[in-house]
Design a protein around this ligand. Structure first.
Ligand code: FAD
Ligand code: SIN
Length: 541
């Protein structure tokens, strides 16, 4: 059995603070911490393999003279179907202009209105926003942000970056040499993906910034590593998680049999793109949301597309921006234009085939305004959290913003409390004495595929209690098999991910079964109404 119980501890990697994840949330926290303390940043795979680098549309901030914080708060709460915590929404939105200034200082080349970067920032528009308020770097905002943050982190003398480390579990009082059993977090056990060894990393404070759990679904715009690792680790260590049933589906993922998860940014609709039923030729959003049309909140547009696809037996619907001048389209969407040309689609002349796909995990580890979780010494920031910002459905381009605001907030709280954080006690090293190399890797592949299929079919855009129960039944079967496999075989990144994927699926389905109403992203045919009082689904380990 592979447990951290070996009596003679190897010296762990010891730092002042640990950050798990090198996306927007993790690197923001690391840079703010590094002004005062020594920080290690661990990342699974490469340093730019999270969702941050893939973000297209941009970052929402009130920067236009005609726009107000109040309107951004209102739009966020309307999209979130009232489940948002207003205090959090205000906290984040009021800090957005500062976050944008900070990114400009770091060198992010946001698009401007005037020639050659002389004018004000160019603001694009996305669904659910009553104003133009999205700052962006053409259609590849995330890549520019990731590069700027990484450059600053690499140059910082107080930051050590550890790519290729798959974190397995948090180190708590259960892993102290002198067992305390407390939930105090002292760091993490991480697999070195190259050597195959598991090492302990300890610190006074640990920040989880591991991104979402999108890959629990068969079709997702999220990168391969979005397997809910941080959420599952925190849950196993004893932290509460909240609103996991609120999985967001993006309306417009490219439909292509080869390229399965390429997003077509919402900004295409923001700049005038229409959704068309290819069978009838009709602009079908006129039937579903006649006022907001293609710019209704995401849950509404995704359900409308799902409904058209099912009603007409379609494989996809069309997203058409070919009525705009070709130069306008190429200037706003240079990367998407080029990518599609490579696939034989010229978006300046013809419509793009699109389908909805999982896109964002609104629920996660429950945190307060300082990014604190339930466990002493453990903070969490970014997509792995439930901060109260998104409620039942995230407003477009509010998530990168959340990463910057909470990355800074968590770091500020850690530094403010620094004198109260004790040094970590000696901890046990990872025990591999009773495990062998797997001779049946096929089990991992099979179970991974199975989870993603039944989650797509039973826990998707439209749900029923019966389908959720079927999914839960399968999760319970796979739980036994996966745990047995985990106990007997040496860990690999695939196995770590499978275990976390299954844990995330269980949290999603348990939460969905508890919500007896249809609110935001949770839409069930068995409870079509909405309760008067919005209540979070909080799961307690
Ligand atoms: P990520 O950027 O996902 O980073 C997670 C990090 O954790 C990675 O470094 C990963 O390696 C690491 N990690 C994970 N598990 C482990 C482990 N076990 N051990 C060690 N490290 C681990 N939002 C917007 O606001 N605007 C947009 O325009 C936008 N466009 C998007 C487009 C796409 C295609 C996608 C998928 C998302 C988009 N989003 C957008 C959402 C946004 O990109 C994410 O919510 C945000 O980037 C999450 O940042 P993060 O730092 O929390 O996590
Ligand atoms: C997009 O560009 O459509 C994604 C924006 C987001 O997810 O916030």
């Amino acid at each position: 059995m592979e447990t951290p119980s070996h009596p003679e501890a190897n010296t762990p990697h010891a730092f002042d603070a640990l950050v798990i994840g090198s996306g927007a949330a993790g690197l923001t926290a690391a840079l703010a911490l590094a002004d005062k303390v020594k920080v290690a940043v661990l990342a699974k795979g490469g340093l730019a393999t999270g969702s941050t680098a893939w973000a297209q549309g941009g970052i929402a901030a009130v920067l236009d003279a005609g726009d107000t914080f109040e309107e951004h708060v209102h739009d966020t709460m309307v999209a979130g179907a009232g489940l948002n915590r207003r205090e959090t929404v205000e906290f984040v939105i009021e800090r957005a202009p500062h976050a944008i200034d900070r990114l400009i200082e770091l060198g992010v080349p946001f698009n401007t209105e005037g020639p050659e970067g002389t004018g004000a920032l160019h603001l694009t528009r996305e669904g659910g926003h009553s104003h133009r308020r999205i700052v962006h770097v053409a259609d590849a905002t995330g890549w520019a942000v990731q590069q700027a943050l990484l450059k600053a982190a690499e140059a910082h003398p107080n930051i050590t970056l550890f790519p290729g480390r798959s974190c397995i579990d948090l180190i708590t009082g259960r892993h102290e040499m002198r067992y305390s059993g407390s939930g105090r977090v002292w760091g993490v056990y991480a697999l070195d993906e190259e050597s195959g060894h598991v090492e302990a990393f300890t610190a006074r404070a640990t920040v989880l910034a591991t991104g979402g759990a999108g890959r629990v679904y068969q079709f997702s715009t999220a990168p391969r590593g979005a397997t809910g690792d941080g959420i599952a680790m925190a849950w196993r260590a004893g932290a509460r998680v909240s609103n996991m049933e609120m999985m967001q589906f993006h309306p417009t993922c490219l439909y292509n049999l080869e390229v399965k998860n390429f997003l077509i940014t919402e900004a295409v609709r923001g700049e005038g793109g229409h959704l068309i039923n290819p069978r009838t030729g009709k602009r079908f959003m006129t039937f579903y949301d006649p006022e907001r049309l293609e710019l209704a909140p995401r849950d509404i547009v995704a359900r409308a597309i799902d409904s058209e696809i099912k009603r007409f037996g379609l494989d996809f619907v069309h997203l058409d921006i070919s009525h705009q001048p070709p130069e306008f389209v190429k200037e706003h969407f240079p990367n998407i234009h080029e990518k599609l040309l490579g696939l034989g689609i010229d978006m300046t002349k013809e419509p793009i085939p699109v389908v909805p796909a999982q896109h964002y995990t609104c629920g996660g580890v429950l945190i307060d305004l300082d990014g604190k979780t339930d466990l002493p010494g453990l903070y969490a920031v970014g997509e792995c959290t439930e901060s109260g910002l998104h409620g039942a459905n995230r407003l477009a381009s509010n998530s990168l913003l959340e990463c910057f605001v909470f990355g800074e907030a968590a770091a500020a709280d850690i530094l403010a409390q620094w004198h109260e954080f004790e040094a970590p006690p000696p901890v046990r090293s990872w025990d591999e004495s009773r495990v062998t190399d797997s001779d049946e890797e096929v089990v991992i592949k099979q179970n991974w595929t199975e989870i993603r299929r039944f989650m797509w079919n039973y826990v998707g855009i439209v749900r029923t209690t019966k389908r959720l129960e079927r999914a839960m039944h399968r999760i319970q079967m796979l739980n036994g098999e996966t745990e047995e496999y985990y106990r007997h075989f040496r860990v690999s990144t695939d196995l770590i991910e499978l275990r976390n994927l299954l844990q995330s699926a269980e949290l999603i389905v348990s939460s969905a079964l508890k919500r007896h109403e249809s609110r935001g992203l949770h839409y069930t045919l068995d409870y079509p109404g909405i309760d008067a009082e919005p209540l979070d689904t909080v799961l307690v380990p």
